[in-house]
Design a protein around this ligand. Structure first.
Ligand SMILES: O=P(O)(O)OC[C@@H](O)[C@@H](O)c1c[nH]c2ccccc12
Length: 273
């Protein structure tokens, strides 16, 4: 069983919803990321989504785009991100880590080399935004041969046929994008999310994570009622940006914010069976 599957299995047994923070690797400085990852775990993160900086992040809104630019300006590469995962793993063998990124840097490294390096550093999976399930067979084969999970996105516009097709290729969990548009945008419509998650759950046996537009304990609690995982990106990255001049404060402040999300989710879990 993969580390991601095992983590969701444990959470399911405990009746708990996962909290998945997203941060851009190397933002606002490369040396912040690993301590920040440990601080997020201590504050209740169940899995970490690490963004690989890329020059053309089509799915990202302004907040994460700026984080990407900060990291790219410091020269943070895919190799550097894998090195961060390796260093995180030296002290934490339990918390799954996935990379969020775009195909180009992986293509440049080479699919086989990436898959082997990812496995060697203790990465658990990847969400490659611009590789739809009907493409990238060589990449998928390379990653699966190294035991890495492949997370795919589902959108409000996904048809039942599309959901089933993604359910057949995805491993680990599926990621339901709660709003149309880019990261950090949109108004969360919790009733619509509940409806769509129920449809996904009837078609896909994997856990369902929900992300996009969740930025407060209240929103996290609403989503925790229906999803297996609550994914939060821009609200964290915005706080990191505000502290870019005092990076030593970042792990503690983000831990405090995540603690408030964790608490709100735990309250819901205690009441929902
Ligand atoms: O930023 P938001 O609205 O909290 O959404 C999560 C999101 O940031 C994170 O999962 C993510 C960052 N970049 C992405 C690109 C595609 C899908 C998901 C992502």
């Amino acid at each position: 069983m993969s580390r991601i599957a095992a983590r969701f299995e444990t959470l399911r047994e405990q009746g708990r919803t996962a909290l998945i923070p997203f941060v851009t690797a190397g933002d606002p400085a490369p040396e912040v990321t690993v301590p920040l990852m440990h601080a997020m775990v201590a504050a209740g993160a169940d899995l970490i989504e690490l963004g690989v900086p890329f020059s053309d992040p089509i799915a990202d809104g302004p907040v994460i785009q700026r984080a990407t630019e900060r990291a790219l300006a410091l020269g943070v590469s895919l190799d550097d991100v894998l090195e961060m995962v390796r260093r995180f793993r030296l002290e934490d063998q339990a918390t799954p880590v996935i990379l969020m990124g775009y195909l180009n840097p992986i293509e440049v490294m080479g699919y086989t080399d990436f898959a082997h390096a990812a496995h060697a550093v203790g990465l658990d999976g990847a969400l490659i935004v611009d590789v739809p399930p009907e493409e990238g067979h060589d990449l998928v084969a390379a990653l699966k041969s190294q035991g890495l999970d492949l997370v795919y996105l589902l959108a409000p516009t996904s048809t039942a046929a599309r959901i089933s097709r993604i359910g057949a290729v995805a491993t680990g969990f599926v990621y339901y994008v709660s709003v149309k548009g880019v990261t950090g945008s949109g108004q969360l419509d919790t009733a619509a999310v509940a409806e769509q998650v129920a449809i996904i759950k009837s078609l896909v046996s994997l856990p369902v994570g929900v992300g996009f537009g969740i930025g407060s304990p209240e929103a996290a609690a609403q989503v925790a009622k229906v999803a297996d995982a609550v994914i939060v990106g821009s609200a964290i990255v915005r706080r990191i940006e505000a502290m870019a001049a005092t990076p030593e404060h970042i792990p503690g402040a983000i831990a405090t914010f995540l603690g408030s999300l964790r608490h709100a989710i735990d309250e819901v879990d205690a009441h929902v069976t």
